[in-house]
Design a protein around this ligand. Structure first.
Ligand code: CAA
Length: 381
């Protein structure tokens, strides 16, 4: 039986307490105003969650992916828009800098990320390259000791609030090369001239987390900001997403747990046919099916995070966790709303927001069928 260590239990309890007191009461406000409260961002800094996985020497808490996924489950239980912001920041920005950054880059970028002075963003997707990520066309051309970036990235989580973005660009446009070759990764300060926030999307759910375009127009980025080697950026993007997918799987568990709790609370007080609806087997079976999926999803998340912390390949396990947990979140959100009946379809209860928030987990950081592709390629190789 898996048990959290004493240290992880303390971190989980701190995240749970924060989510209960600060996030849950604000989640609907975040949804309506389409951004997170500044007090929430500051409190995350105080708790050390921006730098949870950053080593202490760069200002972080020096914890791993198991700690991150444990914290993310709790934050997402309170507010999924807050949860994804912390997930992307840690797993899609801090993690690749730690893994591939030079010592100079780590010292220059990690302390500001760990303190929350900068929120991190990840720029891979473009209008014509979503699931086919390697088809990206944003380009960077060398000019002296700089690269000049031109192109548009879309669906950038935290796009309008990010201080630093990891941007994937084509540095070798030779059409004879396989499309995954000739891509490089750059750390771009969003205050750099030529980098601007474009269109902000009006989304179905997680509305408190702004998703925007980031547009690069003759944006001059120091060559020293290249992460990893020239033309070797695509494997960095893919490996980074292995970690990110564990974060989204943890988010899914958190949303699913919130759905279960809301469903139980309602089933205990809603009286029909002379008794609380929770007394009927039809409702009990739904609750049982939700609980089993949450337990199984949490175990898949923990296994993938544990493997990643050991430095072992975890692409398949991360994909399994994301595939199963995101489907569990959507199942639980659907059942939660159904148990609430007509009231669940209104803003009288948070069931409708949870239903909208859950939907994205099957799409971003690799859609459900991309996770199936990753799993099938691994087991059939
Ligand atoms: N780790 C390291 N390297 C990897 C890897 C991994 N997990 N997966 C692939 N690679 C390497 C391969 O080894 C290969 O390198 P070599 O040629 O040197 O061997 C190279 O990357 C190309 O790999 P593939 O041939 O598998 O590439 P592909 O074009 O077939 O694509 C894919 C594979 C799995 C479909 C990939 O494109 C993919 O994951 N697509 C989904 C993209 C995605 O998740 N986007 C989300 C963006 S972020 C977001 O959602 C917004 C946000 O802000 C949250």
């Amino acid at each position: 039986m898996f048990e959290l260590s004493e240290e992880l239990t303390m971190v989980r309890d701190a995240a749970r307490d924060f989510a209960e007191r600060e996030l849950k009461p604000r989640a609907t406000k975040h949804d309506r105003q389409e951004h997170l409260d500044a007090e929430v961002l500051a409190k995350i800094a105080e708790l050390g969650f921006w730098g949870l996985t950053v080593p202490e020497q760069y200002g972080g808490a020096g914890m791993g992916n198991l700690a991150l996924s444990t914290v993310l489950e709790e934050l997402n239980r309170g507010c999924a828009a807050t949860g994804v912001t912390v997930s992307v920041h840690n797993s899609l920005l801090c993690a690749p800098i730690l893994k591939w950054g030079s010592e100079e880059q780590k010292q220059r970028f990690l302390p500001k990320l760990a303190s929350g002075e900068w929120i991190g963003a990840y720029c891979l997707t473009e209008p014509n390259s979503g699931s086919d990520a390697a088809a990206l066309v944003t380009k960077a051309e060398r000019d002296g000791d700089h690269y000049v970036l031109n192109g548009t990235k879309i669906w950038v989580t935290s796009g309008s609030m990010a201080g630093l973005a990891l941007v994937y660009v084509r540095t070798n446009p030779d059409p004879k090369l396989p499309k995954a070759k000739g891509i490089s990764a750059f750390l771009v300060e969003t205050s750099t001239p030529g980098c601007r926030v474009g269109k902000k999307e009006l989304k179905c759910g997680i509305r408190g987390s702004p998703a925007t375009e980031l547009v690069f127009e003759n944006c001059r980025v120091p060559a020293a900001n290249m992460l990893g080697a020239l033309d070797k950026g695509f494997p960095i993007a893919m490996d980074t997403l292995d970690g990110g997918r564990i974060g989204i799987a943890a988010q899914s568990v958190g949303i699913a747990q919130a759905c279960l709790e809301e469903a139980i609370a309602y089933a205990k007080v809603r009286v029909q046919f002379g008794k609380p609806i929770g007394h009927f087997q039809a409702i009990q079976h739904k609750i049982a099916d939700m609980q089993v999926r949450i337990d199984a999803a949490r175990m898949l998340v923990q296994k993938a995070a544990w493997l990643r912390d050991r430095g072992e390949p975890c692409g398949r396990q991360a994909a399994e966790a994301k595939l199963f947990a995101s489907q569990a979140a959507n199942f639980c959100a659907d059942e939660c709303l159904q148990i609430h009946g007509g009231a669940g379809y209104t803003d009288h209860f948070i069931a409708e927001r949870l239903f909208r928030d859950a939907r994205i987990t099957e799409i971003y950081e690799g859609a459900t069928d991309i996770q199936r592709l990753v799993i099938a390629r691994a087991v059939m190789a």
